[in-house]
Write a protein that binds this ligand. Structure first.
Ligand code: NAD
Length: 250
């Protein structure tokens, strides 16, 4: 797993969608990536394709809503790498879409919080110590639902993403003096399995939500994340960067 002084990155929820696009972007600029997801089949499929097939990156199966899996994952990183340069905390679920608060299933609330908020908190608890010796950069994948209420996602999704932005800012302040930059990206509606599951064949019609008049593509979120973890963003920490085609300008 270790190759000289190459930068090393962890990307969660990396078997498809935004996480896969982030992992691909990192590999293309020469970073060694550990891709994490729940499904071994999807992980193996991703690893067999470009740009991973010819890389030293690898897939690790873990459910980040499970404390034991999370512990196992970071023990592995500790043992194999002993440090981390980049982390993209992307794994997330949307919960019960189009469901008002009074009807919202408590189980869905807890599942959303366990992954979208507590999961990132627990990941950062292990990622930050691995960055202490030489600095690092973390990007948390939030949403414009972290900046204003989502009309589709339901209360748990909006609350989890608002919480994630607070967590990002708090950690950014606490670790700035250690050379660890911690930022968030806030995508609008992105074409992925998650949005396809919610909107089906009507997905493209929702492109009009964005002043730019179309859906966001996963590669466009990855480009923003890649920039945030790069030296080009060396004086940027604690920001919640909208990747929203102009929604938050209105
Ligand atoms: P997706 O459903 O296409 O992919 C999600 C990835 O997360 C998959 O690789 C899946 O295996 C992984 N995952 C899910 N639960 C997991 C768990 N418990 N443990 C480990 N991995 C798990 O989703 P996406 O649309 O690419 O979303 C990625 C992130 O972007 C999420 O945090 C989501 O909230 C956020 N986001 C998505 C959109 C959108 O419109 N798709 C918009 C804004 C923000």
């Amino acid at each position: 797993m270790t190759t000289g002084n190459k930068r090393r990155a962890l990307v969660t929820g990396a078997t498809e969608g935004i996480g896969l696009a982030c992992a691909s972007a990192l590999v293309r600029v020469g970073v060694q990536v550990l891709l994490v997801g729940r499904s071994t089949a999807k992980g193996e499929r991703a690893m067999a394709a470009a740009p991973f097939a010819a890389s030293d990156s690898r897939f690790y199966a873990a459910d980040l809503a499970q404390a034991d899996d999370l512990r196992r994952l970071f023990d592995e990183i500790d043992t194999r790498w002993g440090r981390l340069d980049i982390a993209i905390n992307n794994a997330g679920i949307d919960g019960a879409s189009f469901t008002p608060l009074t009807d919202y299933p408590d189980e869905a609330w807890h599942q959303v919080m366990a992954l979208n908020l507590t999961g990132v908190y627990l990941c950062m608890k292990r990622e930050i110590p691995l960055m202490m010796s030489s600095g690092g950069a973390i990007v948390n994948v939030a949403s414009i639902a972290g900046l204003r209420a989502s009309y589709t996602g339901g209360c748990a999704y909006t609350a989890s993403k608002h919480g994630l932005l607070g967590l990002t800012k708090s950690a950014a302040l606490e670790y700035a003096r250690h050379g660890i930059r911690i930022n968030a990206v806030c995508p609008g509606l992105v074409r992925t399995a998650m949005s396809e599951a919610v909107f089906g064949d009507k997905l493209d019609e929702h492109g009009d939500l964005h002043p730019l008049g179309r859906l966001c593509e996963a590669d466009e979120v990855a480009a923003a994340a890649l920039w945030l973890v790069s030296p080009a963003a060396s004086f940027i920490t604690g920001v919640s960067l909208p990747v929203d085609g102009g929604i938050m300008a209105g």
